[in-house]
Write a protein that binds this ligand. Sequence first.
Ligand SMILES: [Zn+2]
Length: 105
Amino acid sequence: MKFYIEKEKLSKHKELESIVCDWCKTAFKASEQNEDAIDIENKFDNTKSGYEVNEFTLKWKVGNNYPDGGFGEEEFIDLCFECREKLKELLLKNGIVIQKRNWDY
Ligand SMILES: [Zn+2]
């Protein structure tokens, strides 16, 4: 027979508090009601529902990738919805080709 006692377990965890746009420096903060990280990221992405997708990724990744693991460094930026559109215009105006492909799963 096993006997259990109740114990309080204290642990620390990281909770997303805000995202600051790396271009316009606007801070997008979580509300007082302790929203979870997914909600604040949706606000940052300017999506209207949990089903809408509006992602942006710009990163440089260097390092080594082996079958059982890897390591390296990434350079990346977080941009708000408006600054992403500004960056897209800037790239297009400077002759950068932005490729398109459909996705489905
Ligand atoms: Zn911005």
